[in-house]
Design a protein around this ligand. Structure first.
Ligand SMILES: C[S@@+](CC[C@H](N)C(=O)[O-])C[C@H]1O[C@@H](n2cnc3c(N)ncnc32)[C@H](O)[C@@H]1O
Length: 260
């Protein structure tokens, strides 16, 4: 299967405007996905206890490989300051802490943070909303967000907030579910998401509705070039992406210009 395990970093075509038809999500309407931020936070509060184990089961073990790829893309160095936004229980922050960087996991679900504090006492878990980050301008060497941007109601504001808190010349890495690039695989995958995922989630999760939302939100998320265009629109430069597992997940990276 082409590109199933990875791929090169691709770059978007020159910046273009997102048309009115594409709307705020680059080609989709969010249909039943208009969850208010407090509903999203409550949904994650509800799945917090079993979140990490459910992730491993539903991703068929791929989640660990995706986290390694994120760590490689961020390339955190000892002493650097990193923001891991929408960090949930802090599991996504662990590889950065292990590299000797000072990582701040930030999330707006108190349930996820509380669960994270039980497991990772050493992490400075911080409550904060992606659209109004509780940090000063230009404080982080790198900012990253794994499987969180899709859940933030206002994607563009979050992308601008990430840029604001990054130092001039700093970097961003976004890890998010995306769109498989090989059409036959895409069809099989979409079937898995829409049909198999909710029943499997019912068996392993405390809140299966959250996983119906997960399936729908993945299907309706912008594809790789559309997200790259959104990043450029928010002010990020040198934007590129790389597919993982045939495009089930994509890593997008970018830079804040040296001028700030
Ligand atoms: C699927 S979890 C990802 C957790 C973690 N990054 C990981 O990779 O396992 C998505 C997280 O996004 C958080 N989130 C959604 N909207 C947010 C917002 N506006 N501000 C901060 N966190 C948000 C949720 O509370 C949830 O913990």
């Amino acid at each position: 299967m082409p590109g199933l395990t990875g791929g090169r970093w691709g770059t978007p075509t020159p910046l273009r405007r997102v048309t009115a038809r594409e709307g705020k999500n680059g080609g989709v309407t969010r249909a039943s996905l208009e969850k208010q931020p407090h509903e999203v936070a409550a949904m994650f509060d509800g799945v917090a206890a079993k979140y990490d184990v459910t992730n491993d089961v539903l991703s068929l073990g791929q989640a660990r490989l995706w986290r390694k790829a994120v760590a490689a893309a961020v390339g955190a160095r000892p002493g650097e300051k990193l923001l891991d936004l929408a960090a949930g229980t802090g599991t996504s922050s662990l590889p950065f802490a292990a590299s000797g960087a000072y990582v701040v996991p930030c999330d707006f679900s108190i349930g996820m943070l509380r669960e994270g504090k039980k497991r990772h006492r050493h992490l400075p878990l911080t409550a904060g909303d992606a659209t109004r980050l509780p940090f000063a301008d230009g404080v982080f060497d790198a900012v990253t967000i794994s499987f969180g941007l899709r859940n933030v109601q206002d994607t563009d504001t979050a992308l601008r907030e990430l840029l604001r808190v990054t130092k001039p010349g700093g970097r961003v890495v976004i890890c998010e579910f995306s769109h498989p690039t090989w059409a036959p695989f895409r069809t099989v995958y979409t079937e898995y998401l829409m049909r198999a995922l909710p029943p499997v989630a019912t068996a392993v999760s405390s809140n299966p509705d959250a996983y119906v939302y997960l399936a729908e939100s993945i299907r309706d998320w912008p594809d790789q070039p559309a997200l790259a265009a959104r990043m450029q629109g928010a002010g990020w430069t040198k934007v590129a992406w790389r597919n993982l597992t045939g495009g089930i997940v994509a890593l997008h990276r970018g830079r804040k210009s040296d001028e700030g």
